[in-house]
Design a protein around this ligand. Structure first.
Ligand SMILES: *[C@@H]1O[C@H](CO)[C@@H](O)[C@H](O)[C@H]1NC(C)=O
Ligand SMILES: *[C@@H]1O[C@H](CO)[C@@H](O)[C@H](O)[C@H]1NC(C)=O
Ligand SMILES: *[C@@H]1O[C@H](CO)[C@@H](O)[C@H](O)[C@H]1NC(C)=O
Ligand SMILES: *[C@@H]1O[C@H](CO)[C@@H](O)[C@H](O)[C@H]1NC(C)=O
Length: 376
């Protein structure tokens, strides 16, 4: 009861906060199609409008293969061959850097940064009939993130449909329906989602040949978090690839035989403190386990970043080129799927359902104070 009252109270307060983006990418980033690597433009979002231009570039090659790379073209293939989006400079939070993330990869052949050795302490690749999902335990301080960052979601949409990161492209040679099975064809993935924060990361990429790709890679649950978008039973310390049954679409659940869709409430309604359901973990099978040293052999070759156990993993010291571009108002709007909401509270887009709800409880207190102050 009091929760409802609180929400109503916050509705009025929230009106002040929510803003529509002033610039929308048209066509939206997720709909742009390029051939990899020959058809990719230098920058997919070069326009200096809205939050643009993008901070990095999309043409990445051996000259950009270093720890200052600003490559924003990522590959997601296998358990030993994938990239994650993370900040170009730091330490910082995902909320403050979501527009600018760059690709950090496990292989040194895509013109990107390498994920520093020791970053990944456990990983599970779930191969479902129409999508793949990597869930990893990460030392996020090696990826330019604050140790305490609860993180957020990165995806090809955002309120302005320019993506977070802006202009970020994703390709894969491992899709269940598209391409062949010899790793030689790269298919652009228009529907994907990544969460990173709280020491965990999830990257899900959905086969464009699946009519339900946008449903499995649904991008509108950024504040609900990783447990609902990436349900899995990954173990820290285990490195494995499994076959997986398809998950329920994120946000869809069945109670007493009735299928219901959950919609994340607008941010103006305040923190999400309860959920009407728990996401069920799809059955997985035929798991094959690996040693981390067998998977990530390329990583120790990083100079600098691989050796320091300390924060700020960007390796070779020199600050990366084009960052620090202020995110504009677009990233502060209620419906964007990134995590700029993190700004006021230090993290309202937490991955990790439990963590999210726990942190939200604290945020609720802050919100009450805010609401009272607002109405005082
Ligand atoms: C390599 O990448 C850089 C940075 O994007 C680009 O300027 C350059 O043209 C690329 N070189 C080739 C041969 O494609
Ligand atoms: C594709 O790459 C993965 C590792 O990234 C490897 O395990 C697999 O054997 C490769 N497949 C083929 C057909 O070469
Ligand atoms: C995973 O394990 C490592 C030690 O191997 C630990 O430092 C880290 O905190 C663990 N991560 C999580 C999210 O529990
Ligand atoms: C997270 O850590 C940073 C750096 O230590 C600190 O400045 C910031 O206040 C912390 N944020 C929270 C929410 O504790």
């Amino acid at each position: 009861m009091s929760r409802v009252t609180l929400s109503l109270l916050l509705t009025a307060a929230g009106v002040v906060v929510a803003q529509a983006p002033t610039f929308i990418c048209n066509p939206p980033l997720f709909s742009l199609q390029f051939d990899y690597p020959s058809g990719i433009p230098q920058q997919v979002e070069p326009q200096a409008q809205g939050r643009g231009p993008q901070s990095g570039y999309n043409v990445c090659n051996s000259t950009t293969q270093n720890q200052d790379s600003m490559c924003q073209t990522a590959l997601v293939n296998h358990i030993d061959d994938f990239c994650l989006w993370a900040p170009p400079t730091g330490p910082t939070s995902i909320g403050d850097s979501e527009a600018d993330e760059v690709a950090w990869c496990t292989q040194n052949k895509y013109g990107t940064r390498l994920i520093p050795e020791g970053t990944i302490t456990g990983i599970q690749l779930l191969q479902a009939p129409t999508y793949n999902m990597i869930f990893a335990f990460v030392d996020q301080t090696k990826l330019n993130m604050f140790a305490n960052d609860t993180g957020g979601e990165l995806d090809p949409r955002g309120a302005d449909l320019c993506g977070n990161p802006l202009g970020g492209l994703l390709f894969s040679n491992n899709l269940p329906l598209s391409g062949n099975k010899d790793n030689s064809t790269y298919t652009q993935v228009g529907d994907w989602t990544q969460f990173i924060g709280n020491g965990i990361a999830c990257m899900k990429w959905c086969d464009p040949k699946d009519p339900d790709a946008a449903n499995y890679c649904y991008n509108q649950l950024d504040r609900v978090g990783i447990d609902y978008v990436c349900p899995q039973n990954a173990q820290n310390g285990t490195f494995e690839v499994c076959e997986s049954d398809p998950m329920q679409f994120p946000g869809v659940y069945v109670t007493n035989g009735v299928t219901t869709s959950y919609t994340q409430p607008p941010e103006s309604l305040g923190p999400i403190t309860t959920m009407p359901y728990s996401a069920s973990i799809p059955a997985s099978s035929n798991c094959v386990t690996y040693q981390s040293s067998d998977l990530f052999a390329a990583l120790p070759t990083i100079s600098g970043a691989a050796t320091s156990g300390a924060s700020s993993g960007s390796g070779s010291g020199a600050p990366a080129a084009a960052t620090g571009k202020p995110s504009s108002g677009a990233s502060a709007s209620g419906s964007r799927t990134g995590s700029a909401s993190a700004a006021p509270t230090g993290g309202s887009a937490q991955p990790g359902g439990a963590g999210a709800l726990r942190a939200s409880a604290f945020a609720t207190v802050a919100s009450v104070v805010f609401a009272v102050a607002f109405f005082a």
